[in-house]
Design a protein around this ligand. Sequence first.
Ligand code: C2E
Ligand code: CA
Ligand code: CA
Ligand code: CA
Length: 278
Amino acid sequence: ASASGGNRFQLYEPAMSSQAERHSAIERRLRLALTTDGLSLAYQPKVNLRSGLIEGVEALLRWEDDELGRVTPDEIIPVAEATGLIVPLGQWVLRTACQCFGTDAPFERPLSVAVNVSALQLDDRQFTRKLTRILEETGFPAERLELELTESALVHNPEHARVTLTELRALGLTFAIDDFGTGYSNLAQLRRLPIQTLKIDRTFMMGVTTSAQEAAIVKAVMALAHALELHVVAEGIETPAQLDFIRELGGHHYQGYLCSKPLDRSGLLAFMKALPGT
Ligand code: C2E
Ligand code: CA
Ligand code: CA
Ligand code: CA
């Protein structure tokens, strides 16, 4: 037992310390990136399932660091949440997205912009005030800003979430529940919130044309959304068969590689210019 214990220790310990090192390297470089304009956003089109028109985008964090190379949001966000950097980072994301699609933006139609918001940002008692300031400073219309919140963000501190969402709703913002179906949905609790949209997680959409079980889950979510008069956005649509499936069920919008990967601002402009009929 002692030999195997020794082995396990040797195998385990370097992994642990390199993970901790990676975490602190990300923290250090992220602090710097926040003050030196080292971050960027990519925008993924959100397509109307009936008209085929791009009506909005989701803003997604991108980071190409000189030392660390490309770091994905799945790595950045947990470090940002653990260190409190999520608050300034989240502010930066909101401000940048609003600036990019403001009134003087060169897009042919006004696009709605969806921004991912972490539970810890909602916990910030100054969130409404800071967001109001960003809208004022960028001139971005609140009606076109949608916040994407996960179920866990909403049930984390439900009474505070309800107060904050109600304040923001009064300003004109809308809200989507992200990754719907993957969390511990307390439907009674969610019902008390001013939510307009459910986003069906990509992990469900992946299987809809091959697995009867996944298809049944998505059908049940669609039925629920219709009963509650909520919009449905399907994430991660990669094939025409997935698109047909969700369109026939009466979904409203989709995102996915079938239309486009997330693009930088100029890539999005070029992509939209090249589309027929727009
Ligand atoms: P999410 O909000 O569920 O975003 C969808 C993710 O799926 C994005 O990954 C997007 O690039 C990817 N995706 C979109 N369409 C497809 C597809 O057809 N196939 C496949 N395989 N993937 C697709 P990304 O950009 O790596 O972001 C991962 C997660 O990180 C996001 O998941 C979101 O939870 C979080 N995140 C990203 N940006 C932010 C941010 O600014 N703030 C916060 N709090 N979280 C963010
Ligand atoms: Ca999202
Ligand atoms: Ca998702
Ligand atoms: Ca997510």
